[in-house]
Ligand binder design. Structure first.
Ligand SMILES: N[C@@H](CCC(=O)N[C@@H](CS)C(=O)NCC(=O)O)C(=O)O
Length: 245
């Protein structure tokens, strides 16, 4: 790097990143949208959020295929964006247009100037927590949308947190930074989100998992996260707009 040139932050892409705010298209509930929003908040990425009424024809690919195509606000919007048939979230940033929550999450992580600079070992742990969230999301969505047995949620959550707790410290964040990374944000969602977790777990209070419960609370108290939790587009604990008083 030549004299007088600005140093690029390690591990961050530069140059090809579109200008302007990334636009996140998601429903008016937590679901698969909230982790992206929390990652953006920690990373200092200002997002534009476009919300759609929560409507789905099933949870899994199989349920949706069986139910057949659905015409709704979000399916029409996806078609208008040339993303026909793609579920939400969809992210648009300049010429970049993508779906799949993990891809959206990693992109927002990669462009966040204040997101902790995770190394491959730390990212592997983060991705494992992210995958665990996706598995639990699949079951929760199945209960909410596709009539799966609601009594399956508590044992699955307990199995998930039994495993993830092995990676959760007594204090601080999973990867040892002074800011949360995906792993910590996942625990916040698993222990505090309404849709689909509290909605399917009822009054379950996570007392059997004190490290996870405390990590969720520490993560919620991190200033950038605490600020996001007050934002009008944070849906972590909100029901769909149509059900709000
Ligand atoms: N594998 C996809 C699944 C996307 C998905 O199924 N999203 C749901 C909401 S969480 C959805 O949009 N359902 C309605 C639809 O597919 O039209 C991802 O991780 O983003």
């Amino acid at each position: 790097m030549g004299c007088g040139q600005a140093k690029e932050p390690k591990g961050k892409i530069s140059g090809a990143i579109p200008k302007g705010k990334p636009v996140l298209h998601y429903f008016d509930v937590s679901g698969r949208g909230e982790l992206s929003k929390l990652i953006a908040a920690v990373g200092g990425v200002e997002l534009e959020v476009v919300e759609y009424p929560f409507q789905a024809n099933g949870a899994s690919v199989a349920d949706k295929a069986k139910a057949g195509a659905m015409e709704s606000e979000h399916t029409k919007a996806a078609k208008a964006m040339s993303m026909e048939g793609c579920g939400l979230p969809i992210l648009v940033h300049g010429s970049l247009k993508i779906n799949q929550s993990a891809a959206v999450q990693d992109y927002l992580m990669g462009i966040g100037p204040t997101y902790p600079p995770v190394n491959p070992v730390q990212k592997a742990k983060d991705d494992m927590f992210e995958g665990a969230l996706e598995d639990a999301m699949g079951l929760g969505a199945g209960i909410v949308l596709s009539g799966y047995d609601g009594s399956l949620m508590v044992p699955f959550m307990e199995k998930t947190l039994t495993h993830l707790s092995k990676y959760i410290p007594e204090s601080g964040f999973v990867n040892g930074f002074d800011a949360p990374t995906k792993a910590d944000l996942v625990i916040l969602i698993l222990t505090q989100a309404l849709i689909p977790f509290k909605a399917t777990l009822g009054e379950y209070d996570f007392a059997k998992f004190p490290k996870a419960k405390a990590l969720g609370e520490r993560t919620a108290a991190f200033p950038a996260v605490a600020k996001w939790l007050e934002h009008e587009h944070c849906n972590l604990k909100k029901p769909p707009k149509a059900a709000r008083g």
